[in-house]
Design a protein around this ligand. Structure first.
Ligand code: NI
Length: 163
């Protein structure tokens, strides 16, 4: 396993549509293991393959810190409701912004053994699924931000000055 370089906004690899995975090879497994390690090292809750420069339809998500979800060729089947809240992305470091997403998502995907499974999520998991699947279409959350991108680092500085 290895930590891979996270591509940042401005890198054109983040604007491309990813390709379907036809079979899980040892190389695919290595990619998935590296994506998980890279996501945890960066304290992220999700990572899509294009963020490490690989144009394949693979995402990893872990909203709880202990239960990673690996989704290969994921597809959203159903959404409902709405949630509006802060979102960030490892490819847009130090920033966050307000995005409205469905509050419930049902998706279908394949696991590392190419077995199909469905997953349902609400709130943060629903948001993460939508965010990561957007990456596979070459889209970043900044395209959907309501208002301005906020500087996460700046907020911390303000807080420090108050002490
Ligand atoms: Ni992202």
């Amino acid at each position: 396993m290895a930590i891979r370089t996270i591509r940042e906004m401005g890198d054109t690899v983040l604007n491309k549509v990813c390709k379907e995975v036809k079979e899980v090879t040892p190389r695919t497994r290595e990619l998935i293991a590296d994506m998980l390690e890279t996501m945890y090292e960066a304290n992220g809750v999700g990572l899509a393959a294009p963020q490490v420069g690989v144009l394949k339809r693979i995402v990893v998500i872990d909203c709880t810190g202990e239960d990673p979800i690996v989704m290969i060729n994921p597809r959203i089947l159903e959404t409902s409701g709405e949630q509006t809240g802060q979102e960030g992305c490892l490819s847009v470091p130090g920033k966050s912004g307000v995005v409205t997403r469905p509050n419930y998502v049902k998706a279908v995907a394949y696991n590392e053994n190419m077995e199909q499974f469905t997953i349902e999520g609400t709130e943060l998991l629903a948001r993460a699924i939508c965010h990561e699947l957007d990456h596979l279409e070459g889209h970043l959350y900044v395209e959907k931000v309501e208002g301005d991108l906020e500087n996460v680092g700046e907020a911390e500085e303000d807080w420090e000055e108050e002490e």
